[in-house]
Design a binder for this molecule. Structure first.
Ligand SMILES: [Ca+2]
Ligand SMILES: [Ca+2]
Ligand SMILES: [Ca+2]
Ligand SMILES: [Ca+2]
Length: 488
């Protein structure tokens, strides 16, 4: 009806970037900037900090793929142009930051902590836990975890929220190559002393090729009991049909076996290749979850929304979003976006590097409503140039500019940038008349000059840092992008 259309039109995410983070690696040497994205408050000052991984960043030798993770501190005046902390890989092929995340406050000292994964030369893999402090992330790791065997490739890291409800953040690590590719997910429970040296629980795939744990969203409470729950995808399971296993949190940790299994609708293969907590899109007090399957016949991409309830996740999707054209690859990346329009309903952001052959890329923000997730995007964000691969990674970013509306981050690894876009509420976009920082009274998105010290918008328009040719299509998002960047 017209009234709701009007509200939709006046709230969402601005298409004008508020901040652009840019790689400093030399042109023509792609570093996979933005392959990992995360946010939290690592220095406890109340401002959101941003983490950006670049797994092919130079180490001692150009092109050695040592990798790096950059952490930018938020402040009243925005973000500095240079990262406040840089973590770098220790050797060629480390690919540090291929996965990295702010995993919450694991030791309960009031500062969020960071876990960074490295592929490593022997493919055993290594994850380092770096603790937050008043001055930010300590570059010296407080703990390190390695794959049990050569080839186990322990590197994906996932915040798990607080699965045992003790107030300490918990996290998950994944060994993608464990047991000939069966895969294993390790749960580490936080404590005042940090995480234990050995995992609190492990979950192992059923057989070679299972790749249990191809995705794990964290920080979601499907049944409102105060214990966060976890979904683990098995994208290649059963001839690439895929499944997603739901594990329930409790005072003693996660359920040893799944309490539910999600299977999609059979239309799209590779179900579970991506997943994310959607937040609470329908405002009923139970978090909802997104699971993607890009392997339909035309590679449009399917994204399914499963609603939470007092008894757990429904195994029937409440909504199915499908890419609008062949090769759209909708749902290659997905995330909860927080509440971009400050209406109390959780919103989500989906990335899609297609459908255009030149891979400019897109991201779509869908708004939550009392009736569930809207079926048309409230905002469409676009990459700027061919081979930007805009939308390869997306995340909610919390409230970066302090206007009361949550913001989003979108990676363009081809352009070696990560761009922030501001949410705004029914009051419409803020045109910037209120100088001196937007405290949120106008519930709008602040695009303006009152953000001194912030990076100028869009510092490298269409820089052409990467000149990959179009890539064709693939079944697995991350693999597709790695292939594309390697083909240079
Ligand atoms: Ca901490
Ligand atoms: Ca905990
Ligand atoms: Ca809900
Ligand atoms: Ca909302």
């Amino acid at each position: 009806m017209p009234g709701s259309l009007l509200v939709l039109a006046l709230s969402g995410v601005s298409t004008t970037p508020t901040v652009t983070f840019a790689s400093t690696q030399p042109l023509g040497q792609p570093d996979y900037y933005g392959v990992s994205l995360s946010h939290g408050d690592v220095n406890g000052d109340g401002y959101v900090d941003v983490l950006i991984g670049a797994s092919q960043a130079d180490g001692a030798t150009p092109g050695d793929w040592a990798g790096a993770v950059y952490i930018f501190h938020g402040s009243a005046s925005g973000f500095a142009a240079s990262p406040d902390t840089t973590l770098t890989g220790v050797g060629p092929g480390d690919q540090l930051g291929l996965s990295a995340a702010v995993v919450g406050d694991v030791d309960g000292d009031g500062y969020d902590d960071v876990a960074v994964g490295a592929y490593t030369a022997d493919q055993r893999g290594r994850v380092s836990l770096h603790l937050g402090s008043p001055s930010g992330i300590n570059p010296m790791p407080a703990a390190q975890f390695t794959g049990e065997n050569t080839g186990d490739v322990l590197f994906p890291v996932f915040p798990a929220g607080d699965v045992d409800g003790d107030g300490y953040a918990d996290f998950l690590l994944e060994e993608v190559g464990y047991a000939s590719g069966a895969g294993r997910v390790r749960l580490y429970l936080g404590s005042a002393d940090g995480p234990p040296a050995t995992p609190s629980q492990t979950f192992t795939g059923e057989g070679p090729g299972d790749l249990l744990g191809s995705c794990v969203p964290g920080d979601f409470d499907m049944n409102g009991d105060g214990f966060d729950d976890v979904v683990i995808g098995r994208s290649p399971w059963n001839g690439y049909v895929g499944q997603a296993l739901v594990f329930q949190g409790s005072a003693t940790g996660l359920s040893a076996t799944p309490v539910a299994t999600l299977s999609g609708d059979g239309v799209a293969l590779a179900f579970g290749g991506a997943a994310a907590s959607a937040g609470d899109v329908d405002g009923d007090g139970y978090d909802d979850v997104l699971v993607g399957a890009i392997g339909d016949a035309e590679l449009r991409g399917h994204v399914y929304l499963y609603p939470g309830s007092a008894t757990g996740l429904s195994t029937t999707p409440a909504a199915t979003l499908v890419g609008g054209a062949a090769n759209a690859l909708l749902g290659l990346a997905m995330a909860g976006a927080g509440d971009v329009n400050h209406d109390g309903y959780g919103d989500v952001i989906l990335g899609a590097t297609g459908p255009e052959a030149e891979k400019t890329g897109h991201a779509f923000v869908f708004l939550g409503t009392s009736a569930g997730l809207s079926q048309t995007p409230g905002t469409v964000l676009d990459g700027r140039a061919a081979d930007d691969f805009f939308g390869s990674n997306v995340t909610g970013a919390g409230d970066l500019d302090g206007d009361g509306n949550d913001d989003v981050l979108v990676s363009s690894p081809g352009a070696a940038t990560v761009t922030a876009y501001g949410g705004y509420g029914p009051g419409g976009e803020d045109t910037g008349a209120d100088s001196g920082g937007d405290t949120g009274a106008d519930s709008g998105q602040d695009t303006s000059a009152d953000t001194a010290g912030r990076l100028p918008n869009d510092t490298q328009p269409g820089c052409g840092c990467v000149t990959t040719t179009s890539t064709g299509t693939g079944m697995i998002g991350l693999g597709l992008l790695v292939l594309a960047l390697r083909r240079r």
